[in-house]
Ligand binder design. Structure first.
Ligand code: ADP
Ligand code: MG
Length: 609
């Protein structure tokens, strides 16, 4: 059905010139040249908006500098033709590279910050480039811009339209292949959850810079094509408010689908033309109202309307047999962790282990937050094959210690050695690749991706495939991911968005991601927090079984003492950032100091309550 829609769009694009001619014959007021001109502008806008959506929709970056790269593309074509008297096609070939060059340099600067601050930096970059175009009178023509008379071969409207359509078509195909490739999978995982993306070994900043540059490259093509049909380049193209156009078009058509912005571009051009004729000064108001209405009614954009319609219809039908629904969710809780299934399959074999050797060594590790010593002079050894628990009251420094081990935080002093390598202060994606997997205190998965994709993307990242801008990501490791989902008892939910699963199931996904990464050491930060007693038992049973089957070494911190004593073989007690004592569960259970620490906490809790 989706391919059917693509075919319809393609045919429609191919038939526009003859249709416009037909329209002119029937209705002498309608100029076919003007219709074709509008269609050309819609194609260029579609290309520009889809390139913007590579960032917005696929990576979650909001840039205010994208119009500047579009402008650079247009100026490149105009300057090469007019100042250097080279053929227009030379300019068109150079435009993407000029835009990408400006994109990569300015992108590096913008990347000094993330999220909102990234956006603000792109705004500053945009203003800078605009000012350059505006004031460098001798080179860019200043506020007049540059006008060009396009040579004969391309001055005919229909020829220009087909030429534009061909260039846009090739660009869309390239971008489409890109977003479906393993590289595209890395982008999606960054959009979904930066922290998790880093924890599966993806170098988030490098991928963001890459897509930023690629997006500016295609914006350069769009800008070059704009110059061809408008026959001019002017500084306002680079002005930061110009970015509203691709954003509005993307929102209108839908940021969640590849061709959404193209649909949005077409609607935008038609609207612009229809409304501007009647109300030349009110277009922005009317457009604003329409976009607002679309975003509120169909958050996924107009291209998502059929899905929304289907969902509404389904809801309508389900209303008639509402009785059946609750039973289903009750069954879900009981089938949550199918441990027998977990026993039956063995998707990825861990390497042979040598029990007793030191796998993780922490030496005099400290971390301060201002005056607060969150972790103070902690030394600790985790042996291969061990199940090592860290316990201690709230605020003892357990999560901070984990963050120091996996690179989310850098230590003030001390060292962390893993598997014979010094990993002190290394970034999370590097540490993930050395073989340390992690479940965070607050579950950190890719909520909108399916359970299978969560595992599959981790496998892709682990295998180093995410650098590939070609190939179909969905085909690689699909079976392995399914198998692993089954191993943790989630096989039946493999195609559901991970965020829709119960809390306990999401915990299981997080652990399975570590398995997908082939981690030797798995860190679990309060794996059973927020679980019912039943869920806790099942979850820990799964953890123990997986650890045994796959020869994992576990390092976990946990509040629930029954969990600690049923699972741990070694226990380290932390208190106020320091190691209080260490021993077997039996020793710890009878240690008077430990009892004091916990009693102290108990008293406080009682007072608080
Ligand atoms: P635990 O996980 O054992 O409950 P944490 O490691 O989360 O403890 O916290 C240890 C101490 O460090 C707490 O007092 C906490 O408030 C403080 N802390 C943790 N993270 C930060 C931070 N990013 N900035 C400032 N203080 C922090
Ligand atoms: Mg904690």
């Amino acid at each position: 059905m989706r391919w059917g829609a693509v075919l319809v769009l393609f045919l429609f694009a191919a038939l526009i010139p003859p249709l416009a001619g037909l329209n002119e014959n029937l209705n002498p007021d309608a100029s076919s040249r003007f219709q074709i001109f509008l269609a050309t502008s819609a194609l260029v806008l579609a290309l520009w908006a889809i390139s913007y959506n590579l960032m917005l929709g696929y990576t979650g970056m909001v840039s205010f500098a994208h119009a500047a790269y579009y402008g650079v593309g247009a100026y490149t074509v105009a300057l090469i033709f007019k100042r250097y008297h080279l053929p227009i096609l030379v300019g068109l070939a150079a435009a993407p590279f000029a835009a990408a060059a400006v994109g990569v340099v300015t992108g590096l600067v913008a990347q000094r910050a993330v999220r909102l601050y990234f956006s603000l930096l792109t705004l500053a970059i945009s203003q800078l480039l605009f000012s350059l175009a505006f004031t460098w009178y001798d080179f860019t023509g200043g506020d007049n811009g540059i006008s060009v008379t396009v040579p004969d071969q391309l001055s005919d409207y229909t020829t220009l339209y087909y030429f534009t359509a061909a260039v846009v078509g090739v660009c869309l195909l390239l971008m489409f292949l890109l977003v479906r490739s393993p590289f595209g999978a890395a982008l999606l995982s960054i959009r979904e959850n930066r922290q998790r993306a880093a924890a599966i070994g993806i170098n988030v900043k490098v991928y963001e810079l890459a897509i930023y540059t690629i997006a500016s490259l295609f914006a350069g093509v769009a800008g070059g094509l704009f110059m061809l049909y408008q026959q001019q380049a002017y500084p306002e193209m680079l002005y930061w408010t110009a970015n509203a156009q691709p954003v509005v078009v993307s929102l209108l058509g839908g940021t969640g689908t590849f061709l959404g912005p193209a649909v949005g571009a077409f609607i935008y051009v038609v609207l612009d033309n229809a409304v501007s004729k009647q109300f030349p000064y009110q277009f922005d108001i009317i457009l604003g109202a329409i976009v607002l209405g679309v975003v509120l009614a169909v958050p996924g954009g107009i291209s998502d309307a059929p899905t929304v319609f289907l969902r509404l219809r389904e809801r309508f039908h389900r209303g008639e047999k509402a009785e059946a629904a609750p039973a289903e969710s009750a069954g879900e809780a009981i089938r949550m962790f199918d441990v027998r299934k977990a026993l039956a399959t063995d998707a990825i074999q861990a390497e042979e282990v040598h029990p007793g050797q030191t796998l993780l060594q922490i030496e005099h590790l400290s971390r301060r937050f201002g005056g607060l010593r969150a972790v103070e002079d902690v030394s600790l050894e985790v042996k291969q094959g061990d199940r090592h628990a860290i316990i201690g009251p709230n605020g003892a420094g357990k999560s901070t210690l984990f963050n120091l081990i996996t690179g989310q935080l850098k230590p003030t002093s001390g060292a962390v050695k893993f598997d014979g390598r010094d990993i002190t202060g290394k970034p999370p994606h590097v540490i993930a690749r050395t073989g340390i997997g992690r479940a965070f205190q607050i579950t950190t998965i890719f909520p909108k991706l399916t359970v299978r994709q969560n595992l599959q993307f981790a496998m892709l990242a682990h295998a180093g495939y995410t650098v590939r801008p070609f190939g179909l990501a969905s085909r690689i490791f699909s079976a392995e991911a399914q198998e692993l989902a089954e191993a943790v008892g989630l096989g039946a939910w493999a195609e559901l968005p991970a965020g829709q699963l119960s809390h306990g199931d999401q915990r299981a996904i997080e652990i399975a991601i570590s398995l997908a990464l082939g981690s030797k050491l798995v860190l679990l930060d309060e794996p059973t927090a927020g679980m019912s007693a039943y869920e806790t038992d099942k979850a820990m049973e799964l953890v123990r079984r997986l650890a045994t089957e796959r020869h994992l070494t576990l390092l976990f911190c946990e509040h629930d003492m029954s969990v600690v004593f049923s699972t741990a073989r070694t226990v380290t007690v932390m208190h106020q950032g320091r190691v209080l004592t260490e021993g077997t569960p039996e020793q710890i259970r009878h240690d008077p100091d430990v009892q004091k620490v916990y009693l102290g906490e108990l008293e406080q809790e009682e007072l608080g309550a």
